[in-house]
Design a protein around this ligand. Sequence first.
Ligand code: HEC
Length: 139
Amino acid sequence: MKKILNIFSVLLLFTFSPVAAGDITKGEKKFKKCKSCHMIVDDSGTTIVKGGRNGPNLYDISGRVAASIDGFKYGESLATLGKSGFVWSESEFIAYVADPKKYLVDKLDDKKARSKMSYKLKNDADTLNIWAYLESLSE
Ligand code: HEC
């Protein structure tokens, strides 16, 4: 009974925690949507998730400068954003993944901005969970 109560209070804590945090386990499952184009490989070269090469490695994306994976051919617009020193945070990541092209058009204030990422994930809850998963993998 005590154990059940403990589990219950942990659940309560999660439900009412003021900052909405993503669910790592759900995020890991939803990463399926990304891995056709994105791998996750840590700094020592160990593969965490085998994925496609169409997109850049997403390891340690939290706080990473945009378009900064060596050897990946980024589109001009994302590269421009990266050169400004822009780093990925949770809210920017969610907005970007929902519509990369529109995101870059708005961010760079350039109607001609283009994205090499053609995929859109318009479910912010899923994207938040994916962010939590990716964040959980870095040190
Ligand atoms: C169809 C292939 C494809 C899919 C599916 C895809 N992406 Fe991408 N992604 C790309 C490409 C290509 C780029 C590089 C964009 C550019 O250079 O304009 C990219 C770039 C990114 C970046 C910027 C990385 C950096 O180094 O600055 C993030 C973040 C990202 N994708 C997240 C995701 C997430 C999360 C998913 C799954 C919900 C996803 N992508 C699904 C192809 C894809």
